[in-house]
Design a protein around this ligand. Structure first.
Ligand SMILES: Cc1cc2nc3c(=O)[nH]c(=O)nc-3n(C[C@H](O)[C@H](O)[C@H](O)COP(=O)(O)OP(=O)(O)OC[C@H]3O[C@@H](n4cnc5c(N)ncnc54)[C@H](O)[C@@H]3O)c2cc1C
Length: 511
């Protein structure tokens, strides 16, 4: 590894920096001539993505600290990430030709004697989940192995088992964070508790998490029941009504329910699907799946189930991503929109988004990996915590989240991107209408967000909450180094600006 390192003068990368500042060659920066460059700069989404002028790949905490201090001192913008980073909020794309702080050497995952787990800042779900499983422990985890744990956790962290254990960030016990100038601090309830609060929901804005430690729960044994079902198009009213009944009765904390559309390549149209995952109890899971069984044709809202596949999986398979093959592929183009609803699904709105989804893919066949899904899980564990437990602002608001994801490959003239955004935004706006969503305004999960939502829709409408977040930003990121991910405003007035005029990379000129 060391033999292919390029000990470079940063002057070749960022013209305004002088050569002698390269910390005596102790820090290594790779340029695009590095043979592993392409795989390290690959992104899950190549659309509105960050680009890099160099890669800084520290091997130790000390190196990480020194490197950040160096970059900050020379006003060189940077972004902490790892190969195949899944972050796709379009504000990441305002970070062009920045230095990548590559956290791939920080992927450790260790279960401690007190059963907590400590993971490195670059860990992915594939590092976390098997380690937990081997120790007979579990916690809320994401559904796909390739996703970074910290990118997920810092926005809140939804996933499998959240009905039981709450958000991933709800289980955070402590973190070690490198600040914008390389200083490393601890954050927990006892030390730097303001940073600890902010990390859990608005954490992309405040520093680089070197490592973090979480509470875990015993794996009570037994497999997790999984059912994948496909329905006829005209089952939409019956399926939606069934899902609504399940949700309105109070979602079972052991259930994770997904309902929506994936594009059927053979059928050449979106297919109405339901996926049920029920924790640790095959019998209860099967009962839940049974509620979506085909009904008599003369029922008021009939259901015709075209296919039904049951599997049982252990905890390590919950995050294996097998349900959607290819979901971890990198360098495709994606644009996401999202909206939350309390309990409602609206069948007419579902039909309308089905139609618009179908037209979008018919006109742009290269976008046939697009999806439109509603994820629903009990808020019981999340809501057992006080509203101001962490910076995550939507406790009790996100029982059901729509994920509207347009995915495409080639786009020579930008027309697919335009159509993708028109479809995604149109579907989001329809689903967020008060009469459809059941909310008087938009509530959106920052990790599924685009760039046009008001900041308050992502981080909270409460003015005191906004003031607290802005004060944190002023204290911990006064020069706006961490502005890639739907940045918090440094001034309270920034909360009322239209989304497009938010501060970004350019704020660092004030350093
Ligand atoms: C296929 C797929 C599956 C997903 N599944 C889920 C899911 O189950 N639950 C869920 O809640 N969300 C999920 N998401 C959304 C996900 O939370 C965001 O896309 C998230 O930004 C991905 O983080 P990452 O670390 O992979 O990406 P990156 O691009 O590496 O990072 C995203 C942002 O986080 C910052 N960041 C990353 N690591 C650190 C660190 N150690 N310290 C400080 N900042 C850091 C980066 O600087 C960047 O601003 C999914 C997304 C995709 C594409």
């Amino acid at each position: 590894m060391r033999s292919i390192r390029h000990y470079l003068c940063l002057a070749t990368l960022v013209a305004k920096v002088t050569c002698d500042a390269v910390v005596d060659g102790k820090l290594s920066f790779y340029t695009s001539s590095w043979e592993s460059w392409d795989e390290n700069v690959a992104r899950w989404s190549a659309y509105e993505a960050p680009t890099f002028s160099a890669i800084f790949k520290p091997e130790t905490e000390g190196e990480l600290s020194q490197g950040i201090e160096y970059l900050a001192r020379h006003k060189i913008p940077y972004l902490a990430t790892k190969p195949g980073g899944h972050g796709n909020v379009p504000t990441l794309g305002t970070y062009q030709n920045v230095v990548q702080i590559n956290l791939d050497n920080f992927r450790h995952a260790v279960v401690n004697p007190d059963h907590s787990i400590t993971i490195g800042g670059g860990a992915k779900m594939v590092d976390l989940i098997p380690t937990l499983h081997a120790a007979g422990r579990e916690m809320t985890v994401g559904s796909f192995p390739c996703v970074g744990v910290h990118g997920v956790m810092l926005g809140g962290g939804m996933g499998r088992l959240m009905g039981r254990y709450g958000l991933i960030s709800d289980a955070l016990l402590r973190a070690k964070v490198a600040l914008w100038n390389g200083t490393i601090i601890e954050a927990s309830e006892k030390v730097n508790s303001d940073m600890f609060w902010g990390l859990r929901g608005a954490g992309h804005n405040l520093g680089v998490v070197v490592e973090s430690t979480y509470k875990t729960w015993p794996d009570e044994g037994g497999l997790h029941y999984n059912a994948d079902m496909v329905f006829t198009d005209d089952s939409v009213h019956g399926v939606v009504e069934t899902a609504r009944n399940i949700i309105e009765a109070g979602l079972d904390p052991s259930l994770f329910l997904i309902l929506g559309y994936v594009y059927g390549a053979e059928a050449k149209k979106p297919l109405l699907i339901v996926n049920i995952v029920y924790a640790h109890d095959e019998e209860e899971g099967r009962k839940m799946a049974q509620r979506f069984a085909s009904s008599p044709k003369d029922a008021t809202n009939p259901i015709t189930r075209l296919s039904f596949r049951e599997t049982n999986m252990d905890f390590s398979e919950l995050g294996s991503g097998k349900a959607i093959p290819g979901v971890c592929d990198v360098n495709l183009k994606n644009t996401l929109y999202t909206a939350s609803t309390p309990t409602l699904f609206d069948a007419d709105a579902m039909k309308a988004v089905y139609e618009s989804f179908g037209s979008f893919v018919r006109e742009h066949p290269g976008a046939n990996r697009s999806i439109l899904l509603f994820e629903a899980a009990s808020g019981q564990a999340m809501e057992s915590l006080p509203q101001d437990y962490s910076a995550y602002a939507h406790r009790g608001k996100m029982t059901t989240n729509a994920i509207i994801q347009a995915t495409w490959d080639e786009d020579l003239d930008g027309s697919v991107a335009n159509a993708a955004n028109a479809w995604g935004k149109g579907a989001r706006d329809l689903l967020a209408k008060p009469e459809v969503s059941g909310y008087d305004k938009l509530y959106a999960y920052v990790n599924y967000a685009n760039k046009d939502e008001p900041l308050a829709a992502l981080y909270g409408y409460d003015k005191e909450h906004q003031q607290r977040l802005t004060s944190l930003k002023q204290k911990y990121d006064p020069h706006a180094f961490f502005n890639a991910y739907r940045p918090l405003p440094l001034e309270i007035s920034g909360w009322d600006l239209p989304a497009s005029s938010k501060a970004s990379q350019s704020d660092r000129d004030e350093l």
